[in-house]
Design a protein around this ligand. Sequence first.
Ligand SMILES: Nc1ncnc2c1ncn2[C@@H]1O[C@H](COP(=O)(O)OP(=O)(O)OP(=O)(O)O)[C@@H](O)[C@H]1O
Length: 759
Amino acid sequence: MNTRVGLLFSLTGTTALTERGQCDAAILAIEHFNQNGMNVEAIVRDICSDPAKSAKEAEALAKDGVKVFIGCYTSACRKAILPVLEKYGCLLVYPTLYEGRECHSNVFYTGEVPNQQVHVLLDYLTEHFGKSVYCIGTDYIYPRETNQQVRTYLTEKNGSVVGEAYVPFGHQTFYDVLEDIIVKRPDAIFTTLVGQSIIPFYRAYRRMGLNPDHLPIFSPITKETEIAAMGADYGAGHYGSASYFQSLQNEPNLHFVSAFHERFGAQQEISSVMFNTYLGTKMILDSIRETGSLDYRDVFYHLSDKKLETACGTVLVEGDHHHLSRPVKIGRATPDGQFEIVWDSQRNIAPKPFKEKSREPGQLNEIILESWGRISDEAIVVLSERQHIVYMSKKAAELTRFKEGQLLTPTLLQQIHHAFEVHPYGTSGQQMLLLKPKPSVRSSGAPYQFDRIRTLNPEYQLELEVAKLASQSCANVLITGETGTGKEVLVQAIHQQSERKNGPLVAVNTGLLPRELIASEMFGYIEGAFTGAKKGGALGKFEAANDGTLFLDEIGDMPLDLQVVLLRAIESKRIMRLGENKERAVNVRIIAATNRNLQEEIAYSASFRSDLFYRLNVLSITIPPLRERPEDVEHLSQEFLREFQTVHGDGPDSLSDEALQALVQYPWPGNIRELRNVMERAYLLAGRERAAIRVEHLPRALKGYYQRKPRAAEPLKQVERRMIEQVLSETKTITEASKVLGITRSTLYRKLKEFQMTP
Ligand SMILES: Nc1ncnc2c1ncn2[C@@H]1O[C@H](COP(=O)(O)OP(=O)(O)OP(=O)(O)O)[C@@H](O)[C@H]1O
């Protein structure tokens, strides 16, 4: 057999560190193959970690009759040569772990895919260290795709990615990223850095005094070769996963290691990508010899379902997509640069290059959506039929704390409507929401005044008196009330009637903002303060509200450490922009709002600081939920009908008795906001006649309340019990349920006990 094989590896360039060993492994496999009287010629081409060069070199060799290629370490290089493989009918042995989602007819994949390597690492990590992870990677296809899968996988396990950073190929300084990691306090770091950058990253980690026992680094890439290059001390204690480790003590491996050392020197470390290169080269050459054909279709047909005993255990070629089923291990690096096996699958793990994410199938084209979401500045959220978030664009992730896989409960949906202008697309099946932040400065437009806030409820009337008093003072105010009860409306009225009415009213919703953005949103930053900081810096909400009112919505969701900073700013009336050490005086009046019981949180879970609470709670106003003031339902509904006449044109101007009865008896978990939405829907359904809204115009959930026993017959406790039951059935954990219900976990547990319910 006289065959030429093109070895496409980077012998120079940023990934040469790893690829040189792969090239040696391919050469060794070819030499071993030739020992049986064969004559395969290896033609080595340096692709310099450059996709364009990879395609150029591959094409030149293919034109010259080369049919078999081995290499192309990065996914970018692999994808670049696919058109060449198709054009000239060549095959590629791709011997590197990668992100999956590919099954090309001309490629034999002998590296691991995420379910064989990344998922096992995450399982181990979450079991032993915790569920919050910081992802760092080189900025190209593999790390971005892999980290997306990390995010999805962790979400399924109720974990989270608390930070994510990408650096260009060859990046050398990591102190900024490590500082960010320290601030975000993850339980572990997950790195998909490749090439030369791996070395300074692990070294900087050590030099910053971090300790692998408390904050270990997990990597599918950093193995014996990379650890040898950085110095074994720097790698010790960190984790990697693969099917193969040099330290495996089985016969085939002892034989392989000794052959390798004999050929390339005893100092040469052997990593899994090198073993996978040796294995792939050997398997493909054996197959070519056995079929006597260089046609990739014959070769793959012959290889399909082939089983082989190897140094990493039994491997099996999955015929329909040319990936390997294999056992997998997790290793912890030891001070001698090797890996001690801490976990072993002990059985084959089948490759799932297309493992569905936890997404439900739908009509929206995922690929288009993902590319659009990556490049556009739109905040896009896609909901499944069952109201789970199945996709979020980069911008949506930046602007909200939502996670893919999360259930968008009615409460959360209402919060979205509160903070964003929401443009929905699609009515059945999946629904796409385009979110545009509402302007935070609310002094323009037609803000609410006290005369528009009417109530027939005596308790609320007293609270409104306090609110009017508050508008005449400059004391801080804390407004408590369930979502949609009209807290913001009240803030507008207070501001409008205060002496600051000509100044701005600026709102910050700390409940929706990702944790890492809260400080910069509130206090602003200077240019260069952090990666991604805007040129010229940015003004924070405190400064934007100068001489006006700052409305801190969802204050109960503010992380504890930021509560300290906020308290300092409120007390000193001075703020410091991020990255600057100059203090600036600010003159703002603070009105905070929450739907939680902060006193209970202080007492039971210490999740809110009492000093901040007392600083904010100088004047406190509680808005009763709508179900406790059924006397307000009728006049609010009438008010909405009048409003819709102006907005939508002619339509119904009254309510039938039955419809009103249903409205009065319904418990209104979404309060006035929900009532407004229900009325708008009914208004549009009822048509242009000036008739009355009837029960059939109401949503299904409300129809059942018509002709029920009067509300008084359904005690409040019963309503409470029913709501808890409903939320528990829609959520996965007590923490999630308590958030949706707007009460603390301890309160929820108490109520479960009281109602004799099990979570
Ligand atoms: N007194 C009222 N009269 C008419 N509409 C009202 C009144 N109070 C609230 N609304 C309407 O109800 C909706 C919710 O009000 P608002 O945003 O003030 O509630 P919130 O308590 O701040 O909600 P969240 O807790 O979700 O932030 C808005 O559409 C608002 O216009």
